[in-house]
Design a protein around this ligand. Structure first.
Ligand code: SF4
Length: 434
């Protein structure tokens, strides 16, 4: 049976460890100054070295992103990064692929580090078999398809590639945020916030609250607002992609790598999305649908509502969230991360306010362990407390219900009085058959 790779985002070392722990076969992470998620990359050289050692030890894969479209002054940074990768190569530490979209960067990598496998990033907007053939001739081992490719087109592409004997692997996004432009080819964020989407700094300005005004020709300066509701209009606020119920179709179309978006999201997102897709993919390989528990899991992370992106149909009005822009989850929130286990005592870093009596779920890579937070202590003073505020590294102690491990994430079930913003959690939309 064809078994695609599950590829998870890793914005830093902690998220990399989390993604591997929760079942990712491979992770993609940024190279300082050269990636589309430049703000969250590791700050020094050691993190990359540690990451590469870890994936070798676990027999997993890491792909590094160098997928910006580089202005001339960025080439000096590229030079440094290639020097760093050459030093690591001499120690036997190599990434399993480098994601590029700029042909200038591709050119320099092939000259300076010809041993590095080239993956063409989604930022190259590859949508057809001829483009893939071209990239194959440039030495690319893999192409990440544009999010705009449909399942029908994927099948056509796969057919053409096999007819021509082209052996380029295909990767595609199956979950996460969408872009209103062709993946990052947009100056809106640059214009509104001086943050360049092409350099990984997108402020998601397309989701901001906009008001539209009319100006009548004979009344210059008199602006009449057009408001859809009290909060203004939300013209370009895409929902998030979620293909968790349709992985069988992607396996059938032989998509080699199933990619989860979200290197800038929390470690809670990384853990939950990776576990949900790991379990759903294993079931899909056996021809089975995801269980209700898996669907509940994927609904327990913050989302703007789910749809199936471009995979089945071109998105219409149902691909947008016009009335609600919030992505708060009404059922669950991130409670914390387990930092230490000492006998039966668990030390947990708190990420959101916790109160005595709260119902928590410890999310392990294979199962969800519900607990009630009855007795817990301030980890610093050792005193029993009634509540704990999240943030600033505050830690609590509680008793482990069973064997746990450091790095497990914990979610809190929200009581109705704890719901900050009410949103209707939408069910994952069933698409029309293609
Ligand atoms: S502002 Fe929106 S449309 Fe522009 S790059 Fe960012 S996500 Fe894409």
């Amino acid at each position: 049976m064809f078994k695609p790779e599950l590829l998870a985002p890793a914005g830093n070392l902690e998220k990399l460890k989390t993604a591997f722990r929760y079942g990712a076969d491979a992770c993609y992470m940024g190279v300082k100054s050269m990636s589309m998620r430049v703000k969250i990359d590791d700050k020094g050289g050691d993190a990359l070295e540690e990451a590469l050692k870890l994936k070798n030890r676990l027999n997993k894969k890491i792909y590094l992103t160098m997928n910006i479209h580089a202005h001339e002054n960025k080439l000096a940074f590229l030079d440094k990064e290639l020097e760093r990768l050459t030093k690591l190569h001499k120690k036997g530490l190599d990434p399993d692929g480098i994601l590029v979209s700029d042909v200038g960067i591709l050119n320099l990598i092939r000259k300076r580090c010809p041993w590095l496998p080239i993956h063409v990033s989604t930022q190259a907007n590859t949508l057809n078999s001829s483009a893939i053939e071209f990239w194959g001739k440039q030495g690319a081992e893999r192409v990440v398809l544009g999010r705009e490719v449909s399942l029908h087109e994927l099948r056509q592409i796969r057919g053409k590639l096999s007819e021509k004997g082209i052996k380029v692997e295909l990767e595609g996004f199956v979950h996460g945020a969408m872009c209103m432009a062709y993946s990052g080819r947009c100056l809106l964020s640059n214009f509104m916030a001086h943050r360049d989407a092409n350099e990984g700094m997108c402020a998601h300005s397309c989701r901001w609250k906009y008001k539209v005004y009319l100006e009548e020709e004979l009344r210059p300066g008199e602006f009449v607002p057009i408001e859809e509701d009290q909060q203004g209009t939300s013209l370009m606020s895409s929902k998030d992609m979620c293909m968790i119920e349709h992985l069988g179709d992607l396996i059938d179309a032989q998509l080699d790598s199933l990619k989860l978006e979200g290197r800038h999201k929390t470690v809670y997102y990384t853990a939950i999305a990776t576990r949900a897709y790991r379990q759903a993919l294993d079931l899909a390989i056996e021809g089975k649908p995801p269980t209700p528990e898996i669907l509940d899991l994927i609904e327990s992370i913050n989302t703007r509502g789910y749809f199936t992106g471009f995979w089945y149909n071109k998105p219409g009005a149902d691909g947008h969230r016009y009335h609600e822009r919030s992505d708060y989850n009404e059922k669950y929130c991130f409670a914390g991360v387990i930092r230490k286990i000492d006998g039966k005592t668990v030390t947990m870093e708190v990420r959101n306010r916790l109160d005595r009596g709260d119902k928590l779920d410890i999310i392990t890579p294979n199962k969800t362990i519900p607990i009630v937070l009855d007795d817990f202590k301030n980890a610093e003073t050792g005193k029993l407390i009634d509540y704990a505020s999240g943030g600033q590294g505050f830690t609590i102690l509680f008793e482990a219900p069973e064997k746990l491990e450091e790095g497990f994430v914990v979610r809190k079930r929200l009581r109705s009085s704890q719901i900050d913003v009410k949103i209707k959690t939408e069910k994952i939309r069933k698409p029309a058959k293609s």
